[in-house]
Design a protein around this ligand. Structure first.
Ligand SMILES: Cc1cc2nc3c(=O)[nH]c(=O)nc-3n(C[C@H](O)[C@H](O)[C@H](O)COP(=O)(O)OP(=O)(O)OC[C@H]3O[C@@H](n4cnc5c(N)ncnc54)[C@H](O)[C@@H]3O)c2cc1C
Length: 423
């Protein structure tokens, strides 16, 4: 009889199968797609930011949902160990800005090749083009129904991923499998996702990217949910870019905690275009430019201050006359312009849909699993790992690292569970 059937050959399933088979288990890894790791293939814009070259604490600090659940898993497979494994299996790695780790080749497929090599050498068997329909408990293990056949195993690892980018294979099947075991599944929601605004300014500024700005996201009462310096982008539906993706994860966690929606919480984003200058310093800076270009109309006098396309918006939002010459602008008008530059408000009405999210917020509630071995507390022999669990992290390699670490912990956990039971 098979010791462990792993359902889903993404990051967590490949690592889980490797860890279990390396510990002596007879493992079968099932994947619905013709090839493994389709999501790894598109990750990091095809370059695969597979982990972050950081210590365990820094990793935990970048996990948004249920970070403490990952203490043991990240200790079992920290980034350094993951990097060592991938390199030992033929794919050289490099560390870039923000400690993001990529293959030297910049080809995500080289990471998949290394993982496949690990699985192959561990002795785990792989079957692609195999969609698991359903899983149930039997007297001495589990029945795994793959349609044309029924398979039996002593243990099962659910590693079917979340619900984003369903074309990669992660269509939420694992939630269904978990519910059949009466496990609680928190509503899957989009995280690391662009935000949507009705403000026509976003569409007008579509394609404009802002660097070195501070983005603050708050609710209607003014409570700050997120504040960070970085880069963002206007799009035809709202805002995107690194700052916005991170902000979306914090907002999603906030809304979930308080059982609110974007609309009931009245979420708004504020952009500080000149975060390095306080109001007084900014006014001096504007005054300097207005003196330099004193004969120009306001629009022309602001060219050195902000990106050209923003100028008419800032002037309109400050209630100024664009035809006025720079030397006709009063101090009060200048101060108004400065205030707008430091507080460009964008009302947010929601996010893009889950299918477009980098990661799923929500999933199988982790309280039902032991963090040491990823086994369901009430279903001995049933394990879960990866994005299927209610875990999500920021960008930077933390989501893949989380999937690898939980998969690894589950693989070792299954081996430990079976070996201790048979002693
Ligand atoms: C566009 C994009 C870019 C990303 N870039 C990065 C990045 O650079 N760094 C980072 O850390 N994270 C990144 N992520 C997130 C990261 O890729 C995921 O969090 C991670 O792949 C999740 O791994 P997983 O094993 O849980 O699930 P998945 O990788 O989704 O794997 C699940 C597997 O299960 C299979 N499966 C599902 N149902 C069944 C079934 N019924 N029977 C058989 N097989 C089944 C699926 O086909 C799939 O292969 C990115 C995500 C996206 C969408």
């Amino acid at each position: 009889m098979i010791d462990l059937i792993v359902i889903g050959a993404g990051a967590s399933g490949l690592m889980g199968a490797y860890a279990a088979a390396s510990s002596g288990l007879h493992v079968l890894l099932l994947e619905k797609n013709p090839k493994v790791g389709r999501k790894i293939g598109i990750s990091g814009k095809g370059r695969c930011n597979l982990t972050n070259n950081c210590d365990e604490k820094t990793f935990i600090d970048h996990v948004i949902t249920n970070p403490r659940f990952l203490y043991t898993a990240i200790h079992l497979l920290p980034p350094s160990k993951l990097m060592g494994l991938v390199e030992d299996h033929g794919t050289k790695l490099k560390t870039e800005r923000g400690d993001r780790v990529f293959p030297v080749s910049d080809r995500s497929f080289d990471v998949i090749d290394a993982l496949l090599d690990m699985v192959k050498k561990s002795g785990a068997k792989l079957r692609c083009n195999t969609t698991v329909q359903h899983v149930e408990k039997t007297d001495n293990g589990f029945l795994v129904d793959i349609g044309r056949e029924k398979l039996f195993a002593r243990c099962v690892l659910l590693s079917t991923g979340g619900m984003s980018y369903p074309a990669t294979g992660s269509t939420g099947d694992g939630y269904r499998f978990a519910k059949a075991f009466s496990l609680e599944v928190n509503e899957p929601l989009p995280a690391l996702i662009p935000l949507v605004s009705d403000d026509p300014m976003c569409r007008d500024l579509m394609g404009l990217s802002l660097k070195n700005v501070v983005l603050t996201v708050s609710d209607g009462s003014g409570k700050k949910i997120y504040r960070e310096l970085g880069e963002m982008l206007f799009t035809h539906f709202g805002i995107s870019g690194p700052l916005v993706l991170s902000a979306s994860s914090y907002v999603q966690a906030y809304l979930r905690k308080h059982q609110l929606t974007f609309e009931t919480a009245k979420i708004k984003a504020c952009v500080d275009l000149k975060p390095a200058l306080d109001a007084e310093m900014l006014d001096k800076r504007i005054l300097r430019d207005f003196e330099k270009y004193h004969l120009k109309e306001l629009t022309g006098a602001m060219n050195d201050l902000v990106p050209h396309r923003l100028i008419p918006k800032l002037i309109a939002l400050s209630g100024l006359d664009p035809r006025k010459r720079a030397d006709q602008i009063t101090k009060e008008e200048r101060m108004r312009l400065g205030r707008t530059m430091k507080n460009l408000v964008i009302p947010i009405k929601g996010s893009r849909p889950l299918e477009e999210a980098i990661v799923t917020n929500g999933g199988i509630a982790v309280k039902q699993f032991s963090p040491g071995n990823m086994m369901a507390k009430n279903v001995p022999g049933l394990f879960a790992a990866g994005e299927l669990l209610d875990i999500d992290a920021l960008t930077g390699g933390f989501n893949l690292q989380s999937a690898f670490a939980t998969g690894y912990a589950a693989g070792l956990g299954a081996a430990d569970f079976l070996q201790n039971r048979s002693e």
